[in-house]
Write a protein that binds this ligand. Sequence first.
Ligand SMILES: [Zn+2]
Length: 242
Amino acid sequence: MSAAETQTNGAPGTVPADTAPGARGKALVVLSGGLDSTVLLAKLLDAGRECHALSVHYGQRHFRELDAARAVCTHYGVPHQIADLRALLPLWGANSLTTPAQAVPDGHYTDASMKATVVPGRNLVLLSVATAAALAAGCATLAYGAHGGDHAIYPDCRPEFADALAAAIALADWKPLVLERPFIHLDKAGIVRLGSKLGVPFGLTWSCYKGGDLHCGRCATCTERREAFRLAGVPDPTCYAD
Ligand SMILES: [Zn+2]
């Protein structure tokens, strides 16, 4: 098993995708259209899992990632739904992901300025909506691509948050729904390495917070995306503006 595939057992209810006895049924994959969730989808499909994908329009300032999610699902022949939560936009408060007037800061994720990109409670809302969709679709598991590098800035990407939510999700219906997050102990380079092995069409994915025709090459996700390909030793097919 390579470093990219290293799995660790998390807390109860947050089992790795390909080792859990209860994680063999149909999976609903939360698909943003970025690298992590696309590799997650590829990993589950590679394991022979039946997958549906759900993307969420939470009022993000551009549609590029939703277009990317659509393209990824077309590539894999996976059913895709988009939950339109734009009506909730006034509740999110000011942040640079949903407030066009607020500039997206450049730089690495570790910069304090990146806190401007936090949408408070976003994952709680997204995973709650995804739970409802997964139960309605008769899925046994709900999978999302939170990874080890997310925790520093985003409080609702912490393992403790997912552990607590997994316990609640397991009780949301009489038939338990398992929350899968197989990348929680992987870094982004490990995800790229795994995706490369699985033949993921990286060129279809979108990471940049700013939208536009090309990835800007300067914002946090572009910085992280570039670095992940470089560290993984995988050719980066992305066209960056800068
Ligand atoms: Zn960018």
